[in-house]
Ligand binder design. Sequence first.
Ligand code: X2X
Length: 336
Amino acid sequence: MTLTRSMARFTAGLAGAALLSASLSAQARELSVSTVLSDAFPWGQAAEKWAELVEERSGGELTLRVYPNSQLVSGDQTREFSAMRSGLIDAAVGSTINWSPQVPELNLFSLPFFIPDEAAVDAVTGGEAGQLVFEAIESRGVIPLAWGENGFRQVSNSRGPISQPDDLDGLKIRVVGSPLFQDTFSALGADPTQMSWTDAQPALTTGAVDGQENPLSVFDVARIDQVGQAHLTLWNYMNDPLIFAVNQQVWQSLDEEQQTMLRETAQEAGEWEIAMTREEESERLAAIQERGVTVTELSDEQYQAFVDATQSVYEKWAPRIGEELVEAAQTAIDER
Ligand code: X2X
């Protein structure tokens, strides 16, 4: 390369850099959005949808950048809420389970066999109980905007079909980050081990654990059957809602129009994702069965045996969650 050509490139490079920084300052403010699962899953797609809608509506002045796989919290999904509260991350589409160590009220959704179907989920999130949950989040320095859904969590294992509590006896089950899960699986006679999603997949592969619990979408997309999980029981023991939320200082730094836009787009993305997740359930189940997984459904009597076996969890956790909230949820469920 001649000297003049390289000089010309250098100058062009400088001009380019100047242009870039000028456009950056006039341009979008970018907010980071944390998720545990990528856009291969409905959960990650919920966050991407939110980002797309914000891109369209903000006229380019606000952008959301999604960081999946808990990467902003080094794989530890139970730190996501604290990281959002402290401003380390600006926003998140997160699971109530992962945030429940910091917001005990969120354990409401993890009470075993408490929220039995989709109508019950909607009655809880859409009513007074949902409002109380949002207030609990807000009182801890995070602004909740909308609901999404990871789905009803079903239990799988590598050993044999589970149709009664005894079948869980001694099984090593990977559980997520709230101590409530420890109690539920201990009450059922299993041997629960808490670990992050990042660690769960290798633990299933090596057989360090016998089982796990996750919604059908996660089981299907992550091909959990391919790491030896040959038996799946549909017991709808809890629903795992997602919440779209923003750090409080970030929220306060936005003008009213931006706040409205951010809330509306989160609600639209959430509604879109909830509908999609529910619509896809039956195809997911069919796909899982086609891959050779034994699927067990419970009779009313079998279901009741699980309810009875986990009664102590309800008694221990209802006061921690807050009696007023549990009662509001119970009323919503009864009247759905
Ligand atoms: O870790 C899990 O099982 C997952 C992905 O479902 C959650 O983050 C709650």
